[in-house]
Design a binder for this molecule. Structure first.
Ligand code: NAD
Ligand code: MG
Length: 393
């Protein structure tokens, strides 16, 4: 029996993970579930999955969950806060940790899982973007296994040689990182000024949490993914080309020096990379609808437009720069997206806040976690001041 801790079990990736676990009850068991504040949903998940532990970030919410669990007579121990999250990331009965908390909040428990030598199923790209080589070093030093859940990175992983030993050894020319272009792919600059959170969250192909949906709309998601790919595959940013592919059937490609291009395809459903990463190096069913090529009929490709989507340019510059700039970019983006979702910041001002924050916060070499957390905290303060400056009335 393989035990899985699902960090962020009440979110979009968390729910898909529990769906895959439930399809294989003889092989997999959820040993711990965690949520930020959604007591009702975490309770329902405890009723179904009977985990050993349930963690709520908020202490008041944990108290409420505890009451409900006691009344229902369920034997799940309720914990709270960061200590609770870090505890369930290292449980002896936990073999795999699904890192599906959104944003910087997921960094510490995900890093803790890597340091405990677990198999880390990484959806929380922000954690890797922020901490970069610190995270990769922890994986290597502690014998952890890092399996990408982000559909593009999972696709790249699948298209890599079996024993990937670096770009040159593998005869790899470049990575083609695909993206749908988001809900505003064909919307002109003038119209982008007035788009609403609901329009930004209406992704054409994927159903996701609101933060990553806005990131897809600004294309910062592709920017974060560029940085994520640099770390995961030890590749410089110039070896990664972003290709807009509106149908989201190809999830990314790897081009070899002989001109071969390998692509991974499938329905746009996160249960495919989740099942792949859980079962790797084996395969198991995911419950996903089969791809029907006659229905798909055609695949289109376009160049990304940095002018309408400045976040792409900002992320590439940060990827080239290295150091704490990536933590700054990520933190500023989180603050700006939150303000946009609260309707206090305009859509095109998201990139404005990030660019201004990057200009104000100086970058340092990442030589400790403290430096990363300092950059994150400093960037949040500076970004808030820029949100204030650009605030909608
Ligand atoms: P979501 O908003 O649906 O879920 C987020 C989860 O994190 C929830 O369980 C929530 O309770 C928890 N959470 C939020 N803030 C927290 C905090 N401060 N402390 C502790 N827990 C907290 O998000 P999602 O769409 O499932 O995305 C999760 C992660 O996976 C993100 O990093 C995202 O970029 C990545 N990802 C998602 C998809 C997708 O299809 N949804 C695809 C690729 C990568
Ligand atoms: Mg992705």
């Amino acid at each position: 029996m393989i035990g899985i801790t699902v960090l962020g079990s009440t979110g979009s990736i968390g729910v898909s993970t529990l769906d895959v676990i439930a399809q294989h009850p003889e092989q997999y068991r959820a040993v711990a579930l965690t949520a930020n504040r959604n007591v009702e949903r975490l309770f329902d998940q405890c009723v179904v999955h009977r985990p050993d532990y349930a963690v709520m970030s908020d202490a008041v919410a944990a108290e409420q969950l505890q009451q409900k669990i006691q009344t229902a007579g369920i034997e799940t121990e309720v914990l709270s806060g960061m200590t609770g999250l870090e505890k369930v990331a290292v449980l002896p009965q936990c073999d795999q940790v699904m890192a599906a908390i959104v944003g910087a909040a997921g960094l510490l428990p995900t890093l803790t899982a890597a340091r405990a030598g677990k198999r880390v199923l990484l959806a929380n790209k922000e954690a890797l973007v922020m901490s970069g080589h610190l995270f990769m070093d922890a994986v290597h030093e502690h014998g952890a296994e890092l399996l990408p859940i982000d559909s593009e990175h999972n696709a790249i992983f699948q298209c890599m040689p079996e024993h990937f030993n670096g770009f040159e050894d593998g005869g790899i020319e470049q990575i083609l990182l695909t993206g749908s272009g988001g809900p505003f792919r064909a919307v002109d600059s003038a119209e982008l000024l007035d788009v609403t959170p609901d329009q930004a969250c209406a992704h054409p192909n994927w159903v996701m949490g609101r933060k990553i949906s806005v990131d897809s709309a600004t294309m910062m998601n592709k920017g974060l993914e560029l940085i994520e790919a640099c770390w995961l595959f030890a590749v410089p940013p110039e070896k990664i080309q972003i290709v807009v592919h509106p149908q989201s059937i190809i999830h990314s490609m790897v081009e070899y020096i002989d001109g071969s291009v390998l692509a991974q395809m499938g329905s746009p459903d996160m249960r495919i990379p989740i099942a792949h990463a859980m079962a790797w190096p084996q395969r198991m069913s995911s419950g996903v609808e089969r791809l029907n090529f006659f229905d798909v009929a055609r695949l289109d490709f376009e160049r990304p437009d940095d002018a309408r989507f400045p976040c792409l340019r900002l992320a590439r510059t940060v990827a080239e720069q290295g150091g704490t700039a990536a933590a700054t970019l990520n933190a500023a983006n989180e603050i700006a997206v939150e303000a946009f979702l609260d309707e206090t910041l305009g859509f095109m001002d998201i990139s404005e806040v990030i660019e201004a924050t990057l200009a104000d916060v100086s970058a340092h070499t990442v030589d400790s976690l403290a430096i990363v957390l300092q950059a994150d905290a400093a960037a949040r303060e500076v970004a808030k001041s820029h949100v204030e400056r650009l605030k909608l009335i």
